[in-house]
Design a protein around this ligand. Structure first.
Ligand code: ADP
Length: 237
């Protein structure tokens, strides 16, 4: 594993109860990378994210993670469920809860955590919503708040599962712009599962397509020229 590597997968198989969903995957995620993961429903995209997050041990092969990731330098934005959309807390409380993993047995947030939470809300353009009830926000505002929350956990890597699901096109574009900014300007590595090919191809450095006959890994241009890319583009657009 090189100095700049955050996660390296070597010949990894992932699955459940001995049944492989993904096999022989080789993948390297470095600092500042932007990887988009695409593929049909049920192909194993979320399973891969669980593996990268260390929530699902590989059936074979190895997933090496930089030591700094173990101490909570990863921010995760899972797919939102209805229960989460109705979460009864203020925006600021939701964002602060991003520090929960890091704070061990403390029962209070530090002043530094509070100011970083507010800074992240500002970065995402939703600081003025901080005292509002999270459940009353629009879908796009909620995703921004969750991204601010993920940033409290993340200093090096953001992992997002279908972050624009349910958003209108303008809100989705805003979210992609923000991710691009965090990646380009702040050097945050991004791994994003998405059905939305256009931003994947515009912003990402690497595309991973998980298909029934194995995976494709390459630049957006290589992906577009590949059989997987052509077929998927016809279906997705
Ligand atoms: P995607 O995110 O690409 O839609 P998933 O990673 O969610 O795909 O699922 C890949 C396969 O793994 C599917 O066949 C799904 O049924 C199976 N699967 C997902 N989660 C579990 C689980 N917790 N237990 C058993 N099988 C699962």
């Amino acid at each position: 594993m090189g100095n700049a590597d955050l996660i390296v997968c070597r010949d990894v198989s992932l699955g459940y109860e001995g049944q492989e969903v993904l096999s022989h995957l080789n993948l390297r995620i470095g600092g500042g990378d932007y990887l988009c993961v695409v593929g049909d429903n049920g192909s194993g995209k979320s399973t891969l994210l669980r593996g990268l997050l260390g929530l699902l041990p590989p059936l074979a092969g190895e997933i090496c993670r930089a030591p700094e990731l173990e101490s909570g330098a990863v921010g995760y934005l899972p797919q939102q469920t209805q229960a989460q959309r109705d979460f009864p807390a203020t925006v600021e409380e939701v964002v602060l809860s991003g520090f929960l993993n890091r704070r061990g047995l403390r029962f209070f947030y530090t002043a530094a955590e509070k100011s970083q939470a507010l800074m992240n809300l500002g970065k995402l353009g939703v600081l003025e919503l901080r005292n509002q009830s999270y459940r009353r926000l629009s879908g796009g505002q909620q995703q921004r708040v969750l991204l601010a929350r993920a940033l409290c956990a993340a200093s090096r890597l953001l992992i997002l599962d279908e972050p624009v699901t349910g958003l209108d096109p303008a809100a989705a574009q805003d979210l992609y712009k923000t991710l691009n900014y965090l990646n380009r300007r702040e050097g945050m590595a991004v791994v994003m599962v998405t059905h939305d090919l256009r931003p994947a191809l515009r912003d990402a450095g690497t595309v991973l397509h998980i298909g029934r006959r194995g995976v494709f890994l390459g630049t957006p241009a290589e992906y577009l020229a590949s059989p997987e890319g052509r077929r998927f583009r016809e279906v997705a657009e």
